[in-house]
Ligand binder design. Structure first.
Ligand code: KE4
Length: 426
């Protein structure tokens, strides 16, 4: 096998021409100290690598896949759309159908705009909040990730809920000066962050998934709604990960909270590249060309991603029982891994909402980033390696979620045993 035919060979070539050899940092597998596998193809729950390995995949394209890889129901529509042309730069009926589908499934979304990434969706949502209120302040939470737009690349200042400090070179302090950082599941820090009276909006992952899965505690989301109302700020649910994942109507359906704006991604395009933002009609009519808030995108609402998104959402509408199936699978996996943690005696917890879950090695409960940051990274890397060597590819970071897909059904119990053994070996 010639050198470049292996993952190691491809990775060497990749690093010569791409930062870290990847098109998104987490894919470099640096958090688990491994060379990333290079995938040739995937079908259902399985990935095939250039090294001839077949792996059960729990990355699920970071949550974008809820049915499985290369599902005919989606691929056939996507290919047919491509054969009709990949991009026209003028409207298509598919964009209307997808928008109507999303509006029908997520009640708080009365009007929406398609974009090409979750980052564009969240950046656009806070632009609307600032335009609608005339205020600059944005509140976000430690450990929550909303894409790489400048205003979000902040770390908590010297104390929580103080002004954000840039978390990346290239982000001017002025750009994040209006971003406050609060603690997830801690309404007091949110109240403090509202203090200055200049907050336009609060953006939150209603179920945190980017510090590992951290469910909202009872009353937390209600408290955010109340605080936003009291301070006349907008509540923005970043449902890029939770949308159509934790319920067909997203976390806002699961928890019964109505945000003012919602961002969507991943499942909304069935694994093809697209995202969206939407919400109250009065707010969304501010967006050009209806209103003065500018936002645009060459490939926004492109026919390929739209066809995949329609096919995926229609399947979910036609198979509502899938959420019960995923809940059952998730429950079985959670129970088995929780038992494995207890047997290993090393501390830790499994935290899950529906079909997104995280094995935290170390802390017995994770309520916020403060808890998540205490996890044992070396132990996670050992767990990761044991799982990979046994044929399972997990998200290559302890601060991510595993995502279940419909196609995990036939393999979930065997995978649970394999992961339980990996916990024991770590
Ligand atoms: P994108 O710009 O990557 O499409 O979406 C950003 C984003 C926004 N909001 C939430 C809640 C998200 O989870 C994301 C992206 N999620 C990560 C995985 N945790 C994407 C993986 C990656 O960065 O490669």
């Amino acid at each position: 096998m010639n050198e470049s035919a292996t993952s190691a060979g491809w990775y060497q070539r990749a690093t010569a021409v791409m930062p870290g050899g990847v098109n998104s940092p987490v894919r470099a597998f640096k958090s688990v100290g491994r060379t990333p596998p290079f995938v040739v193809s995937a079908a259902g729950a399985h990935m095939e690598t250039v090294d001839g390995e077949t792996l059960v995949d729990f990355i699920s394209s970071w949550g974008a896949l809820i049915l499985g890889h290369a599902r005919p129901e989606i691929i056939d529509e996507l290919v047919a759309a491509a054969r009709r042309g990949t991009s026209f730069g003028v409207p298509t009926s598919g964009e209307v159908e997808l928008a109507e589908l999303v509006v029908s499934l997520i009640p708080s979304v009365e009007v929406l705009r398609m974009v090409n990434s979750g980052t564009e969706a969240t950046a656009s949502a806070i632009r609307i909040a600032r335009a609608a209120t005339g205020r600059p302040g944005i509140i976000k939470f430690e450990g929550c990730y909303h894409g790489h737009a400048d205003p979000f690349l902040v770390k908590a200042g010297s104390g929580l809920a103080t002004f954000g400090e840039p978390d990346s070179p290239g982000v001017p302090a002025a750009t994040v000066a209006d971003t406050r950082v609060a603690r997830f599941n801690d309404l007091e820090t949110v109240e403090k962050a509202f203090g200055a009276g200049d907050v336009a909006g609060l953006i939150v992952e209603p179920v945190a998934g980017n510090m590992g899965v951290v469910p909202p505690e009872p009353g937390f989301l209600e408290g955010l709604r109340d605080l936003c109302d009291r301070h006349e700020a907008l509540l923005i649910f970043d449902e890029v990960m939770t949308g159509f994942r934790v319920a067909l109507g997203g976390a806002q359906e699961r928890y019964g909270i109505t945000p003012d704006l919602t961002t969507l991604g991943k499942i909304v395009a069935g694994g093809a590249p697209a995202a969206a933002y939407g919400g109250r009609e009065d707010l969304m009519r501010m967006v050009a060309p209806d209103g003065p808030v500018y936002q645009a995108g060459t490939l926004a609402g492109n026919p390929i991603a739209v066809a995949a998104g329609i096919a995926c959402l229609r399947y979910l509408v036609e198979h509502p029982e899938l959420y019960d199936t995923l809940e059952d699978m998730g429950g079985r996996l959670e129970a088995r891994l929780t038992a494995a943690l207890e047997a290993a005696g090393g501390g830790g917890c499994v935290q899950r909402v529906g079909s997104m879950l995280t094995v935290f090695l170390g802390p017995d409960v994770v309520r916020s980033w403060e808890d998540a940051a205490k996890l044992d990274r070396e132990r996670f890397s050992r767990y990761y390696a044991a799982a990979f060597d046994a044929g399972i590819v997990l998200p290559p970071s302890p601060f991510e979620a595993m995502f279940l897909m419909e196609d995990h059904g036939p393999v979930i119990d065997e995978a649970a045993e394999t992961l339980a053994a990996a916990i024991g070996a770590a």
